[in-house]
Ligand binder design. Structure first.
Ligand SMILES: NC(=O)C1=CN([C@@H]2O[C@H](COP(=O)(O)OP(=O)(O)OC[C@H]3O[C@@H](n4cnc5c(N)ncnc54)[C@H](O)[C@@H]3O)[C@@H](O)[C@H]2O)[C@@H](O)CC1
Ligand SMILES: [K+]
Length: 504
């Protein structure tokens, strides 16, 4: 699914109005009925509704919802803020005129100062102050109003977006002067902001409501941002031919483990094997030999000359891909081995965890990472590589810049994992859940991504489908065990099930 900017959504909306002869009032009506249904399915008419409407079409949506809720027997108090020089939008004026004599609605239009009404704890606040037409961070009276709403402890439903939040790029608004919604009901499209962790506290739960807006128009519109869905992964994944052998599914060298972290080699190896690798060799220190051969006998083991750390990475054979990093530590010998290996590599690599921490000790080394390699940092590893960041949004922007500069794919892990390509495209992956926040989970992901590259998927797609399948495997594991106690081995065990579900 493409993720559009607010400007693109406006132009899609205008195109629908012009080409299909739909009026903006009809669109508001569609949006408002979808919102009203959603509210009615969650809260009974005994809950008082308190509607805050702004001067644009976000306000029009709110006024139309107020009328519909009143028709359904809810008690509705409406405050319309008509305080800007520009006055009301056409649709807002239309719904204002319609509301003035609806029974069950207490309506006030504010054109100047006002005394804030008491918001009781059982009230449902409907926030229709501003949506995609917000031009600058809120200030003055609107800022105080938003503060007042936030301090009410009531349930807050934001229409389209929490008022004060932009559809994209919110650094200037971070955590200040934005409605903190309990539920955000987005109209037709999710926004880029929804996938960035900084904004989670504004959005609360969010849901996209379908108002049949222009699938034709939106299909033609280009966007660098995508939400990867199950159907996309199904389209990318190739069914295995009936006549096949393991030689058809690639070979991978996994460079992983040190004394005390051989578990990382196991997790990554399981990730690779459960996602279909044809042949897997693990290179690790000698102390890893017995544990690896007993716990993952399907993998071959190639022992380093050193007992407890990796000191030399010189593959004896050709591999389709080398994945490097889980549990290797950052001993001087290992940093040097990583440096030598990267300097002589020409094919795309997968680099994770301590592999990245080793690179962070030799900053120029990134210049020598082969193009189209995949690096898979979490926020901490990312900052060690590229410097500290104060927000997830700024981290994402740096990822776009660094991905282009180094021609590498950056898979930035999080609630919505972002796979950033050198051409600026970002795939967001939301298939995971809290269960994945467990030790070894990232190692499993490294194994999966490496395995898909070895099987012939391009590194960007291997990273994207790998992250999706990893997330889904974690979610499937949580269906059995809840979100607290899922182990990385449980995630690995569910990979094959996730792939089967996707292909069915
Ligand atoms: N996307 C769509 O196709 C549809 C959108 N609809 C609604 O329309 C909304 C967008 O409507 P609009 O474009 O009218 O925009 P908004 O209603 O978000 O806001 C525009 C108004 O707010 C004022 N404003 C902007 N920034 C301000 C600030 N910082 N301080 C004070 N005033 C400020 C503007 O001058 C203008 O009057 C969406 O969020 C959604 O709720 C729906 O009505 C129907 C379909
Ligand atoms: K809003």
């Amino acid at each position: 699914m493409k993720i559009f900017t607010s400007a693109q959504i406006r132009s899609i909306e205008n195109a629908v109005i012009e080409k299909e002869g739909v009026t903006s009032i009809e669109l508001v009506e569609r949006a408002a009925s979808a919102i009203t249904w959603e509210i009615m399915s969650r809260w009974r008419p005994s809950r008082p509704m308190m509607v805050f409407a702004g001067p644009g079409n976000n306000g029009a949506d709110a006024l139309a919802v107020a009328r519909m809720l009143a028709d359904e027997g809810y008690t509705v108090t409406v405050l319309l803020f008509n305080v800007t020089d520009r006055g009301l939008s056409d649709a807002c004026r239309h719904y204002r005129d319609e509301l003035t004599n609806v029974p069950g609605v207490s309506f006030t239009e504010i054109t100047n100062d006002f005394n804030p009404p008491v918001i009781t704890r059982d009230a449902i606040v409907i926030d229709g102050l501003f949506g995609s037409g917000l031009k600058e961070p809120l200030k003055g009276g609107f800022k105080s109003l938003v503060d007042y709403i936030n301090s009410s402890n009531a349930t807050i439903v934001s229409i389209d977006m929490p008022s004060g939040m932009f559809g994209e790029w919110n650094e200037a608004t971070l955590s200040r002067d934005v409605v903190h919604a309990t539920l955000t009901l987005a109209i037709e499209f999710p926004r880029l902001s929804f996938f960035i962790q900084d904004n989670a506290e504004f959005l609360g739960e969010w849901k996209v409501l379908d108002i049949k807006l222009a699938s034709n128009e939106s299909r033609g519109e280009q966007s660098p941002y995508y939400l990867l869905e199950k159907k996309d992964v199904k389209r990318i994944l190739r069914q295995r031919p009936e006549f096949c052998s393991k030689a058809d599914f690639g070979s991978m060298l996994l460079v992983a483990g040190c004394y005390g972290m051989i578990g990382a080699s196991q997790m990554a190896a399981l990730g690779a094997l459960r996602s279909g690798i044809g042949r897997l060799t693990v290179h690790g220190p000698r102390c890893g030999f017995i544990p690896m051969q007993t716990s993952v006998p399907e993998a071959m083991f190639h022992a380093d000359q050193h007992d407890i750390v990796i000191t030399d990475i010189s593959p004896k054979h050709e591999y389709d891909v080398v994945a490097l990093g889980p549990g290797i530590g950052t001993h001087d010998y290992t940093v040097r081995a990583v440096e030598n290996f990267i300097n002589m590599s020409t094919n795309p690599l997968v680099i994770d965890a301590d592999g990245l921490n080793c690179i962070a000790q030799r900053p120029n080394l990134l210049e020598h990472v082969p193009p189209m390699s995949v690096i898979t940092p979490h926020a901490g590893e990312f900052d060690r590589l590229f410097g500290p960041h104060t927000s997830h949004e700024s981290r994402l922007k740096t990822a776009v810049e660094k991905s282009a500069y180094y021609s590498i794919i950056i898979l930035l892990k999080g609630r919505y994992t972002s796979v950033v390509r050198p051409d600026g495209k970002i795939y967001f992956i939301g298939s995971g859940c809290q269960a994945l926040a467990t030790p070894g989970s990232g190692d499993v992901l490294t194994g999966i991504v490496g395995s898909f590259i070895a099987q012939g998927y391009t590194p960007d797609l291997a990273a994207a489908i790998g992250a999706y399948i990893h997330g889904m495997a974690g979610t499937l594991a949580a269906e059995n065990d809840g979100t607290f106690g899922v182990l990385a081995t449980d995630v690995a065990r569910n990979i094959s099930k996730a792939i089967r579900d996707i292909l069915n």
